[in-house]
Structures are given as structure tokens and as C-alpha cells.
Ligand binder design. Structure first.
Ligand SMILES: Cc1cc2nc3c(=O)[nH]c(=O)nc-3n(C[C@H](O)[C@H](O)[C@H](O)COP(=O)(O)O)c2cc1C
Length: 485
């Protein structure tokens, strides 16, 4: 069945807001009653470098930059409500970005209102307002190149006639709607919004106009949204700051105390592993003049979502959520790969996990590997660990005798990832790893013997030397490895 095409008449929308409009805030706004949610502006140059990653643990689709930063995270729940806003001054790049995200979003929007220098100096944002030919080129390219509706967000121009004329040109490109922030480029958010300009434009075009700019003095609660709609003569309204301060402004049941809104926001941030700095930023916006209160100071001092959860008494929720995510991670991993070596490039991999309970206290595979390497007069095992951004899980690669080993399964901590890599190396080389019940394992016995003052490692050493040599000479195929690619 074809997906429902998003329409923009008679909607109330969460406005695009840098840093604020990430997934937790968008879901929160939808919960309270927003019809449409815009993401924060994302710059085309950064987005074109991203790859699309399905994050099965979180149940999200992530657009991940080459440095592994998640630039845009979305999920099924918002798929037919989320508008992807981009900053662009280049029709081809704009199209490439729109095509990258179009299957995961309900519409794409171009920001033509940002007056900040970082935007305008690249010809983006409000700089586009003085280049209508460029506006047309970008919008036409998008409209003809993607299957979802295309919109744009502008500010008003110095004269009403200029704004009307620009929006009429924009309408002809085939866009589905235009959001108008009723302030001039030079005006700041504290200046009154020009409802009369928005009204005049709305009367001259037939596409929906989305009125924006009323948060400061006009829209304080749900009832005011309708007033703002009437004052601007539009069918749709977009809220930025009023929603940022308290997203329950979208609720027809009236506003909720900001304390409970912050709590709900934080739950989404935990559930979707939102970056802690972003979580902090949004909570500080909601705290407003209470940002220097004891709670505000605790939030500001926090470095992780766990610490922020402490500040709000949500430790238990945080813990439970982490356990659920870990369980999902393990379930996904266990079904995927058999317990035999597979070559991934020049690395020998196996699907193994480090289970602490399988080893006696004070015994770890890493210790065994180190001890064995010393005995073999090899260089100390070298561990290199990476963390992936989508779920912060770790994977470690250990180099022993110039060969690399790693577990294909990701672990929740760096320590566990290193232990898993050590297990792979020990198993591939056929060396005991110290597991409980590992009958008469050479090293376990040797430890005992050493403790008992006996040494007799000659036969054992000979065996170990043979194992390394075999792995080196025969190559991985003869050790039961298969190539992954
Ligand atoms: C924190 C913040 C970030 C913003 N980021 C964006 C953005 O990414 N894209 C955009 O078009 N406008 C952005 N804006 C402008 C808002 O979308 C909106 O036009 C403006 O705040 C006026 O609406 P309001 O009176 O409802 O706040 C931002 C505003 C704020 C307060």
C-alpha cells in the first residue's frame, strides 16, 4: 500500500531548531499533539557524506558521518510526520541529500531564513532570499527528483510586495507549502512578529502557508495557537520556542508542568541513546530561569545520560532501558553467526562473547594470553578498541605474533571487548583460556604448578610453539577459517 502523502493544511508543527529538534524532542511533540515535526537544520555538505544505517538495537535508521557521528536519527513512529530540513545553496547536493533520506521521512524542507553568518556566508539560509533564481533551481530540482513533498521556510522581505512576489515564484516550483517566519532578516527573536505580512501572502497563493514567529508574545498555550492562526489568516502554524520551553503546548488538554515534560523528554533521550550533550542542552532550554537551581546545576555538571538520569531520579528507568537494549543486542548477535573462525580482511574473527561467570574469579582470557605470549617470548598482545556510535558498543582487535584476532560480536564495555578478542586468539591457536571446567588446561595446571613451586613447561612450550607456527604457515583456511567477503 502506498504511504500517505503528508499534507500541510490545518497542521500544527514543531519548527526546525538546531540542537533542539533531535529525535527525543520530535517524538515528545508528536505525543502531545503536534501533527508535523521538523528536524534541526542539517547542512547538505555534511549529509551527503553520511551512510544510512539500520540500527536494529534501537529500532532506528541512522545517517552516520564518516567520523561515526550520527547526524540524523529517525524511527518508524515519526516516518509519516517528520520533515527533514536541510541547509543548502546547491541544487545537485540538495537533491543528493533528499534522495538519501526520502525513504525515511515524510517531506524535505529547505531553510531559507537563517540569518546567522555560518549559514549566509555559504550562500545558504537567508542569503537565498536575495537569489530567487537559486531558490527556484533548488526547489525545482527537489520537486522533480524526490517522491515526498518539498517545502521551504523563509523570512519576510523588506517590502510586502517583494515577499508576495517571492512566494508566488516559489509556489510555481511545485512545493507543497511555505513556512513563513514573520520577521525581517535583520530582526531578532525578541522583535514582534509581523502577522499582517504573513496574512497578505496567505491571501495571494493557493498552497498552504505555515505561520511562524508567534512564540514570544502570542502563543503561550494551546488556545493561543488558534488565535495565531486567525491573526495570520493561515491554515497552519509552526512553533519553535514555545515548544522548546514546554512541548505540551501542542496538547489540547492544556499545558503540563515542565517538570513532567522534562522527565518524558529524558525517557526518550535514554531510550534512543541521544547524545548526552544534546540531552543536556535541551533540558537547560526547558529549565529556562531555573538553570541555576540545584537541579539545573546538576544537569549542567552531568557528562552522560546516566548522570542526567540521576538528577531526575530516573536511575531505575535508565538501568532497565540499558538492560533491554543489551538483551536485544545479544539476541541479534547470537542468532547471526556460528562459532567458527571467519576471515574479515586480515583479521581472524569468531562470534564469541566474554561471559564473566564462565571464568574463576581473578582469571581472565587476557591474563592467559599475556602469560602465554611472555612464555613464547612474543611481544605483549596489543589491543585496539573501537566504539560504534549508534549504540556505543565496543569491539576490540588483538595483535599477537603479527596476526590479528577479534570477536565479531560487539560488547557493552571496552574491557569485555578486549576479553572477547583474547578468547578468539586463544581458541584459534588452540590454547587454554582459563574457563571453568576447561579440564587440565595447560596454563591452569601451570599456574597451579608454579604456585606449588614446580616447573615443567618444556613439552607444553613445544606444543604452543607448534600452534603459532601452524597458524602462520598454513594460513587461516587450514585452521578452519572461511573468507567473509
Ligand atoms: C534554538 C533554535 C534553533 C533554531 N534553529 C532553526 C533551524 O535549524 N532552522 C530554521 O529554519 N529555523 C531555526 N530556528 C528558527 C525557528 O524555527 C523559528 O523560525 C523562530 O524561532 C521563530 O519562531 P518562534 O517565535 O515560534 O520561536 C531556530 C530557533 C531556535 C530558538
Amino acid at each position: 500500500m502506498a504511504a500517505r502523502r503528508l499534507t500541510f493544511s490545518r497542521i500544527t508543527a514543531l519548527a526546525p531548531m538546531v540542537r533542539v529538534g533531535t529525535l527525543p524532542m520530535r517524538l515528545l511533540a508528536l505525543d502531545y499533539g503536534a501533527d508535523v515535526v521538523y528536524c534541526e537544520e542539517l547542512i547538505d555538505i555534511k549529509m551527503v557524506q553520511c551512510r544510512r544505517v539500520v540500527n536494529e538495537v534501537l529500532g532506528t535508521v541512522d545517517f552516520v558521518a564518516p567520523d561515526d557521528r550520527v547526524m540524523f536519527r529517525t524511527c518508524e513512529r515519526e516516518k509519516d510526520r517528520v520533515v527533514f530540513q536541510m541547509g543548502t545553496a546547491d541544487p545537485d547536493r540538495a537533491l543528493a541529500v533528499a534522495q538519501l533520506v526520502e525513504k525515511d521521512v515524510a517531506a524535505v524542507d529547505v531553510n531559507m531564513g537563517c540569518p546567522k553568518e555560518y549559514s549566509t556566508k555559504g550562500g545558504m539560509g537567508a542569503a537565498l532570499l536575495s537569489d530567487p533564481a537559486k531558490i527556484e533551481a533548488i526547489l525545482r530540482k527537489l520537486v522533480s527528483g524526490v517522491s515526498v513533498p518539498v517545502t521551504c521556510k523563509i523570512r519576510i522581505l523588506p517590502s510586502l510586495e517583494e515577499t508576495v512576489s517571492l512566494v508566488q515564484r516559489i509556489e510555481k516550483t511545485g512545493v507543497a507549502a511555505v513556512a513563513i517566519h514573520g520577521r525581517f532578516k535583520e530582526e531578532r527573536p525578541r522583535h514582534p512578529v509581523h502577522c499582517d505580512h504573513i496574512r497578505a501572502v496567505a491571501q495571494t497563493v493557493s498552497i498552504p502557508i505555515i505561520a511562524n514567529g508567534g512564540s514570544l508574545d502570542l502563543v503561550k498555550s494551546y488556545g493561543d495557537i488558534e488565535e495565531f492562526r486567525k491573526a495570520t489568516g493561515t491554515s497552519s502554524v509552526m512553533l519553535a520556542r514555545a515548544a522548546m520551553w514546554n512541548a505540551s503546548v501542542f496538547s489540547s488538554h492544556g499545558p503540563l508542568p515542565v517538570e513532567s515534560v522534562m522527565e518524558e523528554y529524558l525517557k526518550y533521550a535514554i531510550r534512543y541513546d541521544n547524545h548526552a550533550f544534546n540531552t543536556k542542552y535541551c533540558l537547560c532550554q526547558m529549565l529556562r530561569d531555573k538553570v541555576e537551581s540545584p537541579l539545573g546545576k546538576q544537569v549542567q555538571a552531568a557528562q552522560t545520560n546516566a548522570e542526567i538520569s540521576d538528577a531526575y531520579g530516573l536511575q531505575e528507568f535508565y538501568q532497565k532501558t540499558q538492560e533491554q537494549l543489551q538483551a536485544r543486542r545479544e539476541a541479534l548477535q547470537s542468532g547471526s553467526q556460528p562459532d567458527r573462525p571467519v576471515m574479515d580482511g586480515d583479521v581472524t574473527t569468531m562470534a564469541v562473547k566474554f561471559e564473566r561467570r564462565e571464568y574463576p574469579p581473578h582469571i581472565t582470557p587476557k591474563m592467559f594470553l599475556l602469560e602465554w605470549s611472555r612464555k613464547e617470548k612474543l611481544e605483549q598482545p596489543l589491543y585496539e578498541t573501537v566504539q560504534r556510535s549508534q549504540d556505543r558498543a565496543f569491539q576490540s582487535t588483538v595483535t599477537v605474533a603479527e596476526r590479528k584476532y577479534r570477536s565479531s560480536l560487539w560488547e557493552k564495555s571496552k574491557k569485555f571487548a578486549e576479553q572477547a578478542a583474547a578468547i578468539v586468539c586463544l581458541r584459534v591457536l588452540g590454547i587454554p583460556e582459563g574457563r571453568i571446567g576447561e579440564e587440565e588446561s595447560g596454563l591452569v595446571c601451570k599456574r597451579k604448578r608454579e604456585r606449588e613451586g614446580k616447573t615443567n613447561g618444556a613439552a607444553e612450550e613445544e606444543g604452543n610453539r607448534k600452534r603459532v607456527a601452524a597458524h602462520h604457515q598454513q594460513g587461516t583456511a587450514k585452521n578452519g577459517c572461511t573468507n567473509q567477503r
